[in-house]
Ligand binder design. Structure first.
Ligand code: S3P
Length: 429
């Protein structure tokens, strides 16, 4: 069985860069994801006066001297988060609590994504936003300062919204309570705890509440190893399940946070042969394990709203698995997919049809009819890294021939993806 590792977790890397920058003291971070998204966030933090050394694919330790919760400096230019929704939204929360005026922007994909989901609650706290382009979109000018406490019911289960509000409370010393309809990923809460900040999470009446009660004046530096990204591992796990790697595949040191690993339950229902070692807790405050995938005969399944947040980034690869499963897979309650790096519902259906798979668009999901006939055609990534990688996996399977326009975008979250894919599939052929 071949063994691989995948790059560091994107969500944890983004947060580690932000928390280390805001800490009082020197943080030591190992295994940071060097992809386009964290590089954009690091660039913005450098522009705000934090000395962040270059980091690359070796995962070597990076030391960051934090400037404190209110020590960021006025940047000379607009902050460009490129393709990174997490970077832009979390930093809007940080900037809301800093006494300065900053313009935040991004690439064409990020400029098409909604921002009022964070700017509305941040405005309730007292920050001022000026939309410089289309309503609800970047670029935005934020004027931050002292903020008021907030008790907010988020209409969407979004870790980006929750994290932006918690960070705003943290930097401005304001009480924040965020409620969400389903539990979104909890990396921010875990990192707050590691930084010495008390945060309370609990479920009441079917609603998830996260509370930052007494934000401290300063936070501790971090000493952490970033686990491999479950969402990156999912592409190669799928490749192994679909028979693309002779003898199966083991992926080592994968982050197994329960708010991220929802795909495993779905794979189980589909009949996938997947195994994991018992989870070990790592320095990064996240459970970590090895995942194994072996060739499997899959059956279709149904995914509904409650399962969506813990696998929100896995729908592109789930659609590929569904395309090779027996029966019709139905996904509902997943309207959030329309506001990711692309409209993933529309793009998945369009691309699946382009290679010969029957798929139907629903307002909040999609239906995919699986089969085993050879698939050929040309698809577009629509500047969405996970769309590119998902169709990369499908195209790498024996008998399929798929051309992907804009495949380079995979670098956003997974530098080296195409080389690894070629290496694994060449060995099997
Ligand atoms: C992320 C949260 C998710 C996810 C994104 C990363 C994060 O977005 O899709 O890739 O790091 O907080 P939402 O929280 O908006 O669903």
């Amino acid at each position: 069985m071949r063994r691989i590792r995948v790059p560091g977790d994107k969500s944890v890397t983004q947060r580690a860069l932000i928390f280390a920058s805001l800490a009082s003291g020197e943080s030591r971070l190992r295994g940071l994801l060097p992809g386009g998204d964290p590089q954009a966030t690091a660039g913005a933090l450098r522009a705000l006066g934090v000395d962040i050394p270059a980091f690359g694919e070796d995962g070597a330790e990076v030391r960051i001297q934090g400037v404190g919760l209110r020590g960021l400096r006025q940047p000379a230019d607009a902050l460009d988060f490129e393709n990174s929704g997490t970077g832009a939204r979390l930093m809007l929360g940080v900037l809301a609590g800093q006494p300065m005026k900053v313009t935040v922007t991004g690439d064409a994909s990020l400029q098409s994504r909604p921002m009022r989901r964070v700017t509305e609650p941040l405005s309730k706290m007292g920050a001022v936003f000026r939309e410089m382009g289309e309503p609800d979109r970047l670029p935005l000018e934020v004027t931050g300062g002292t903020l008021e406490p907030l008790d907010y019911d988020s209409p969407v289960a979004s870790a980006q919204v929750k994290s932006a509000l918690l960070l705003a409370g943290l930097v401005s010393g304001a009480f924040v309570l965020v409620s969400e309809p389903h539990r979104s990923r909890d990396h921010t809460e875990r990192m707050l705890s590691m930084s010495g900040v008390s945060v309370i999470s609990h479920e009441a009446d079917g609603v998830w509440r996260v509370e930052l009660r007494d934000p401290p004046e300063q936070i501790d530096p971090l000493d952490l190893d970033v686990p491999g990204d479950f969402s990156s591992a999912a592409f190669f796990l799928a490749l192994a399940i679909l028979g693309g790697v002779e003898g199966g595949l083991e992926i080592e040191h994968v982050g197994m946070n329960p708010t991220r690993r929802g795909l495993l339950d779905v794979l189980d229902r589909m009949g996938a042969n997947v195994g994991a070692d018992p989870f070990a807790e790592e320095d990064g405050g996240e459970p970590v394990s090895s995942l194994r995938g072996r060739p499997s005969k899959l059956v279709a399944t149904t995914v509904e709203a409650g399962e969506v947040p813990a696998m929100i980034d896995e729908f592109p690869i789930l659609a590929i698995l569904a395309a090779r499963a027996e029966g019709v897979t139905r996904i509902t309650g997943a309207a959030e997919l329309r506001v990711k790096e692309s409209d993933r519902i529309r793009v998945l259906v369009e691309n699946l049809r382009a290679v010969g798979v029957e798929a139907e668009e629903l307002s909040d999901g999609l239906e995919i009819e699986g089969g085993d006939h050879p698939l050929t055609g040309r698809v577009s990534s629509h500047h969405d890294h996970r769309i590119a990688m998902a169709f990369g996996v499908l195209g790498a399977l024996a008998g399929n021939r798929i051309e992907i326009d804009g495949a380079d975008v995979a670098d956003v979250s997974f530098p080296g993806f195409w080389d690894l894919l070629e290496d694994l599939t060449a060995a099997g052929s």
